[in-house]
Write a protein that binds this ligand. Structure first.
Ligand SMILES: [Zn+2]
Ligand SMILES: [Zn+2]
Length: 399
């Protein structure tokens, strides 16, 4: 009887299956999988496609990818040195009820929303179930953004430009910024107007040094290729040594170190010096490193001439920017060797770049928008950085 009962139960399960809804909770692995730039994306290539194996038609591929791409597991070992590896997790933990914590509403209002203890207790109270033995799933509505990389990896924007006004730091060898109000009140057509004229050296404030600045055959600011102006930022952090020594320079070792920490090449980037000098912007003598504003006494960090030569000979960078006043360090203001090396090779310069300490050392894209001054050796430049809003700045800052 017992046996018969079991059989009929099995029979009935097969004959009249309960309506079970199956949901695939996996994003497809292909080249479009969204990932942060510091991990490798998914790549697949064909190994065999056709009748190359004894006339038998066969299709095979090989693939490569970071383990942390797409729908994937973070094993405890990922962040705890003695945590379980992916092959050590008890398999009964893979079969468990899902406890879905819905924070869609607050995530819609604020991309910074988090699951709180209250949300967890709320779930237990609503479902009258315990979270014990479950797999807790965050439901935030973010999945809708999967096909839109920019929306999925919420991006932060940083203005890397100082405001152009009369207070801009400069050596007396260049002209400061002047603005004259031409109209301010009711004028033409009995309408209210505000209009100004301005004048300044093109080498003032946050600005570009076009190659023509130190090279008779170099490109002028209006001739630079557009794709050189929107490019990844490679931030070389020398804050620690610049704090000890205002004469500090970016060395070849610093450049190679950046490549080894990030696992990326400097090719096709805009290299930025991060020296902490931006904090001195509101103190002209500290920023220029010269109490009498005499350029021959200047002290501030810069790129080493050997490093500039190394970049030209070994890498293909689009530009080099600094958070200080000149590409060359202050004490090299007699011969300006970095200007002499980079610009004639059509690498542009950016000077007085603001907020370099607000972007990660890798992962930001720079939008460099110099005013299109015909035949200009330089131009005031609006620089905006965007980067995915994540914690990887701290991950990548480790040395
Ligand atoms: Zn300049
Ligand atoms: Zn310059």
């Amino acid at each position: 009887m017992f046996l018969v009962l079991i059989c009929s139960l099995v029979y009935s399960l097969h004959a009249f299956p309960l309506p079970v809804k199956l949901v695939d909770m996996t994003h497809t692995f292909d080249e479009t999988v969204i990932h942060y730039p510091f991990v490798n994306g998914f790549q697949m290539e064909t190994e065999m496609n056709g009748t190359e194996l004894n006339g038998v038609w066969i299709l095979t591929e090989k693939y490569s990818s970071s383990i942390h791409v797409g729908t994937h597991m973070d094993a405890p070992l990922h962040f705890i040195p003695d945590g379980l590896a992916v092959d050590q997790i008890p398999i009964n933990h893979f079969f468990a009820p899902a406890a879905v914590i819905d924070i869609t509403e607050k995530a819609e209002l604020d991309p910074d929303a988090e699951v709180t203890v209250e949300d967890l207790l709320n779930w237990e109270c609503l479902t009258e179930q315990s979270l014990n033995g479950t797999i807790v799933l965050l439901k935030s509505g973010w999945g809708k953004r999967w096909n839109d990389e920019i929306a999925f990896l919420a991006r932060r924007m940083v203005d890397m430009t100082y405001t152009f006004d009369e207070k801009i730091n400069h050596f007396p060898i260049v002209n400061g910024f002047k603005k004259d109000v031409v109209l301010n009140g009711t004028g033409m057509g009995n309408m209210w107007w505000l209009a100004e004229d301005y004048s300044a050296s093109v080498h003032l404030g946050t600005h570009m040094d076009a190659p023509a600045h130190t090279s008779p055959t170099g490109l002028t600011v209006d001739q630079l290729p557009l794709h050189h102006l929107i490019a990844p930022a490679a931030v070389i952090d020398i804050t620690a040594k610049a704090e000890l020594d205002p004469d500090a320079e970016i060395t070849v070792e610093d450049l190679l170190n950046w490549e080894s920490i990030t696992g990326h090449t400097l090719n096709e980037t805009i290299v930025l010096m991060k020296s902490g000098w931006g904090k001195k912007w509101n103190n002209q003598t500290a920023y220029l490193g010269s109490p009498d504003l005499d350029i021959s006494n200047a002290k501030f960090p810069g790129l080493a001439p050997e490093a500039a030569t190394w970049l030209i000979e070994n890498r293909n960078i689009y530009g080099y920017g600094t958070d200080a006043v000149h590409l060359d360090k202050g004490s090299r203001s007699d011969t300006f060797p970095v200007h002499q090396t980079l610009l004639p090779n059509n690498v542009f310069g950016l000077e007085n770049v603001a907020n370099v300490d607000q972007i990660p050392i890798y992962g930001a894209t720079l939008y460099v928008m110099p005013m299109k001054i015909g035949g200009g050796s330089g131009a005031p430049t609006r620089i905006i950085a965007t980067y995915p809003e994540v914690i990887y700045d701290t991950l990548l800052s480790r040395k």
